[in-house]
Design a binder for this molecule. Structure first.
Ligand SMILES: Cc1cc2nc3c(=O)[nH]c(=O)nc-3n(C[C@H](O)[C@H](O)[C@H](O)COP(=O)(O)OP(=O)(O)OC[C@H]3O[C@@H](n4cnc5c(N)ncnc54)[C@H](O)[C@@H]3O)c2cc1C
Length: 481
């Protein structure tokens, strides 16, 4: 019997953050995820920006959790060993008539408690960030804005939750949640679960559970697609700060920003669609991204693009984070669009505290706060590399040449709590396949490692169970021990 105190639906950045915070208490936790791994929904396809908090309307949940989350992010990333860089951001203003828009953002930011925050001239902005367009007349400068690795943040929350007792169930799609006398019955594609409390963190599908619980159609999430182009690390000139655009006569702005791994990300668009799985990119959207990006950085080397991708914002009409207990101990997080990634540490604490309090749970003495990530062999000092090699010679075998990922790192990742089980899972945790060749060289090698000693290559998938790579053999495989 799968009986838990709490079931969390969804292992995105929000569900995983909540699970980690709940794991501080003496409650049993199950995280139920329809995909094959953590971070397979919106959390895997976003800008990775830790927003300062001037965008959200003062007094809203979005403003509160954005600012709180941004303040917590440096510390939580240190604790969980996740890449985070506080490099600052600019909102670029291209004509003097738009200055009131910039001033409004400044006022909003001040009201939300964002500091430091100031408006500087175009020349001052170019002094800090020389690649900015000569057309820029002024900029809102937020030196404490940052960037985070969204994949590793999600995986780290999940790993730490798991180390502290939470169970993760993948390929487990919850189809219904039924209230019983002393809790809830959750029917899933796999098994049935029982929980005293349920947390709906299902991203673009969160409206379904909310509506089911109230028997209404009150919430309606419109998937708002954002498409991106990613540039190679060698691209130059590129900015070292996040560059947003104040909406102009050309429409809503496009950002150009560095990632934690020295790529440059350009995007996203904002197109409302009907399909909650519609993460395809289109030539039209990508053209739009590239054209608008050049407004901020005219010399941006767009020929250095290595891939494109799209994510879906869980946009709800009120453009607000809905945090609501619809029935006793059934809590919903609906409309967690941007800045949901930034807000995740604060949302995790807030929801976990509320749920634990209602269940009468106490904090455990045994909670393990810290996580140490898989060592990045290439970035280690020589003596640390030699020590690792002595422990496991597989650290001496390079698997991904673009991102310098070794076999030892992949083996270590496979032995972790909440390990990857697909090519994409390895890619998101270790970057094997994220580089210039996009997995052209390393995919077969990563597949061999995933297939393990049994050499069952047919069982290795790119993403979920429907993404087979090898369907059969035309010759007897050559097994060499
Ligand atoms: C284009 C774009 C750019 C963004 N940029 C930023 C940014 O720079 N900074 C920022 O702070 N935020 C940003 N965001 C927002 C941020 O990415 C999201 O707010 C955040 O990832 C939401 O996390 P989540 O866990 O709620 O959703 P998800 O990551 O989508 O997780 C929900 C999970 O629930 C699972 N699920 C759904 N239904 C079921 C079911 N029936 N049973 C079991 N599991 C289920 C899904 O498979 C999924 O894994 C951006 C979003 C987009 C789309």
């Amino acid at each position: 019997m799968n009986v838990y105190d709490v079931c969390v639906i969804g292992a995105g950045v929000v569900g995983s953050a909540i699970a980690r915070e709940l794991a501080r208490y003496d409650v049993s936790i199950a995280v139920l995820e329809r995909a094959e791994d953590v971070c397979c929904g919106t959390s895997k396809a976003n800008s990775g920006i830790v927003h300062a908090g001037y965008d959200a309307i003062p007094g809203t949940n979005m403003a509160r959790f954005n600012v709180e989350g941004a303040r917590m992010m440096p510390e939580i990333c240190k604790t969980l060993d996740v890449p985070y860089v506080q490099h600052g951001s600019f909102v670029l203003c291209f004509d003097k008539s738009s200055l009131p828009g910039l001033e409004k953002l400044l006022e909003q930011g001040k009201e939300n408690g964002v500091s430091p925050l100031s408006i500087i001239s175009g020349d001052e902005a170019r002094e800090i960030e020389p690649c900015i367009s000569p057309e820029v007349v002024a900029a809102l400068y937020a030196p404490e804005a940052g960037i985070v690795d969204p994949f590793l943040l999600t995986a780290a929350y999940a790993e730490n939750a798991c180390v502290n007792g939470a169970d993760f169930f993948f390929n487990t799609e919850v189809s219904s949640v039924t209230q019983k006398e002393d809790g809830y019955e959750l029917t899933s594609s796999g098994e049935t679960f029982y929980a005293r409390s349920v947390i709906n963190a299902a991203g673009v599908y969160a409206d379904t559970f909310y509506n089911q619980s109230l028997g209404t159609e009150a919430k309606h999430i419109i998937p708002r697609r954002g498409s991106y182009v990613l540039l190679d690390r060698a691209a130059t000139p590129v900015p070292t700060h996040t560059l947003f655009q104040l909406p102009t006569k050309y429409g809503k702005g496009i950002l150009v920003a560095p990632t934690c791994h020295q790529n440059t990300i350009v995007g996203p668009t904002a197109i409302d669609i009907d399909d909650k799985e519609g993460v395809n990119t289109t030539a039209e959207e990508l053209r739009d991204v590239l054209q608008k990006a050049r407004l901020s950085v005219p010399e941006l080397p767009l020929n250095m693009a290595i891939t494109s991708f799209a994510g879906l914002r869980a946009h709800e009409e009120g453009h607000e984070f809905t945090l609501e207990e619809t029935t006793e101990n059934y809590v919903h997080l609906v409309g967690i669009e941007s800045p949901g990634l930034t807000s995740s540490p604060a949302l995790g604490i807030h929801i976990a505290q509320k749920v634990a309090e209602k269940l009468g749970a106490q904090k455990k003495q045994t909670f393990v706060e810290k996580r140490v990530g898989v060592p990045r062999f290439y970035e280690l000092a020589k003596e640390d590399q030699l020590a690792l090699l002595a422990k496991n010679p597989a650290y001496g075998t390079i698997v991904c040449r673009c991102e310098h990922v070794t076999q030892g790192e992949i083996e270590e990742a496979l032995n972790r709590p909440v390990p990857p089980n697909t090519l994409d899972g390895v890619k998101r945790r270790l970057r094997a396949g994220m580089g210039r060749c996009q997995g052209g060289f390393c995919s077969p090698l990563v597949m061999e490692i995933l297939a393990g000693k049994a050499h069952e290559l047919e069982k290795v998938h790119k993403a979920g169970p429907k993404s087979s790579i090898v369907y059969g053999f035309t010759k007897e495989p050559l097994h060499h021990e």
